[in-house]
Design a protein around this ligand. Structure first.
Ligand SMILES: [Mn+2]
Length: 495
């Protein structure tokens, strides 16, 4: 039966171009490219796409929008990520720096791009610096993008070796009165004072660095992140599609992890199961270290030890999401370990759920809300719900029960908040989380039957003109659906 099917498919494809593609793919192992391209990975990338789901033209549009917004005489420098090491020479799987990736789609470490605003038809000149091909290195790590491919595939005006970066910068920087660059340590540790010298040490590790420091120093660089952040805040149609897919993969993994859960298992087993399901669906990694908190562990907001055992009648709080084709997802669900909420668990869950749904409904442009206002609403709603459950709320009590913020923007980064103002109104095309929670410490100030319950419900919401779209809808949220998923009655076979 299966043999016949394969033969039929071969017959159908034989007269089409896709068959030829399949044949040529087979001969492209190992891939001669530095990252997946249609020619080598047609199962991941369509012909016009530069990275899965995003066309080369969209990358061009992003750069153009950035350069159009900047004043004349502007120079933009964006730096790729570097490989991080776990210990000695043992490296972590590489993830590209977010802004660099947003502007280029280029996935190799130790690279940089320089965009010089000019009066050409394109409006700017793009120079990409990378490691280029190196046959010695290739035997160990596989191919890098050649400079010819950088010009052809990534549409750069000039492709050069990263070693030429400092001298190039030095030769052009004095021509520009506005230089936009983010210094590496400002991306990782915002509190530390960064110097231009550390940037160049990082970039080149060469003695001529000091000369370039002088050049940059005179031009007083401005931060690039807020400029790119403004563009990244509004998601394009293709970004929305990728984010929906990321949230859908994570949502279904939540549903299946509910089904997988039973008392006696470890929190780590649940985390592993979630991770496995996301990987199986094509996610490249988890977007963050997941929280799998059983019982009172849920009172620790960022509980990531995930190393205890699940007991009967406990709630499990899972805050987990995958990264898919460059976009993060972020979902929290809280559910009963043995499949049925106890009455106090059900009451507290219903309270958080009612508030969460009311807040989600506000996430459209028409309500003209800022994130600060959404947070104030969440405090009001949760206060009302808690009073109805018999809580006596004295000053400071609500902050104790609900100690975190309601929302953050999400996209390429899990928290796209660094350059996002909580005082700006929600605009169509933004994606934000809505994540109220209640965490009841075992204090005589609060009703005893709610002690040690921690509940958070978090969805990802695409802000619309007139209504919100919940991207994480595949994760069960209503009590009947959560209990159904835990007990195995929710269409999980469709995973
Ligand atoms: Mn979140």
């Amino acid at each position: 039966m299966s043999f016949r099917l394969v033969k039929n498919r071969t017959f159908i494809y034989a007269s089409s171009r896709s068959y030829a593609t399949e044949i040529s793919n087979a001969s492209l192992k190992p891939s001669p490219y530095g990252q997946p391209l249609f020619q080598s990975h047609s199962h991941l990338i369509k012909p016009d796409e530069l990275t899965p789901g995003i066309h080369a033209q969209e990358y061009e549009d992003r750069r153009r929008s950035l350069m159009n917004r900047l004043p004349d005489n502007s120079l933009v420098v964006s730096l790729a990520g570097t490989i991080k090491y776990m210990s000695g020479k043992i490296f972590y799987k590489f993830r590209q720096a977010s802004d660099f990736w947003y502007l280029t789609g280029f996935e190799e470490p130790d690279s940089a791009v320089v965009l010089e605003k000019n009066h050409s038809a394109r409006g700017y000149r793009m120079t990409l610096f990378s490691s280029g091909s190196d046959s010695n290195k290739e035997q160990w790590d596989g191919a890098n993008t050649t400079f010819a491919d950088a010009r052809r595939v990534f549409q750069v005006d000039d492709a050069r070796h990263i070693d030429d970066f400092p001298s190039h910068l030095r030769s052009v920087v004095h021509q520009y009165s506005n230089v936009y660059v983010d210094l590496p340590s400002s991306r990782t540790r915002r509190t530390s004072r960064t110097t231009t010298k550390s940037l160049l040490k990082y970039l080149s590790g060469r003695s001529e660095a000091d000369l370039v420091v002088e050049s940059l120093g005179k031009s007083r660089p401005k931060p690039l992140a807020p400029e790119v952040g403004r563009l990244r805040a509004i998601k394009s149609a293709s970004e929305q599609k990728l984010m929906r897919m990321a949230a859908d993969i994570s949502g279904r993994a939540h549903a299946k992890t509910m089904r997988f859960t039973r008392p006696g298992l470890s929190e780590a087993a649940l985390a592993a199961h979630f991770n496995y399901l996301c990987s199986l669906s094509g996610a490249q990694r988890l977007a963050y270290v997941p929280v799998v908190a059983s019982g009172p562990n849920a009172l620790i907001i960022h509980y990531t030890h995930n190393n205890q055992l699940i007991s009967q009648e406990e709630l499990i709080l899972v805050d987990a999401g995958c990264e898919y084709n460059g976009y993060a997802s972020d979902i929290t669900r809280t559910y009963p370990a043995d499949g049925t909420f106890t009455p106090p668990q059900r009451d507290l869950y219903s309270a958080v759920l009612a508030a969460q749904k009311a807040l989600v409904a506000l996430c459209h442009e028409g309500s003209n809300l800022t994130l600060h206002e959404l947070h104030r609403k969440s405090c009001e709603l949760l206060r009302q719900e808690l009073l109805q459950l018999g809580f006596q709320l004295h000053p400071g009590d609500l902050e104790r029960l609900y100690p975190h913020f309601i929302s953050h923007p999400i996209g390429i980064d899990l928290h796209e908040s660094d350059s996002f103002s909580r005082s700006g109104s929600l605009k169509a095309g933004m994606v934000v989380t809505v994540e109220p929670g209640i965490y009841v410490p075992p204090s005589p100030a609060f009703p005893k039957h709610y002690h040690n319950l921690g509940i958070r419900i978090e969805d990802e919401v695409l802000v619309g003109k007139e209504h919100p779209v919940v991207l994480s809808a595949s994760a069960p949220k209503e009590i009947v659906d959560v209990e159904g998923a835990c007990q195995g009655s929710l269409g999980l076979e469709s995973f």
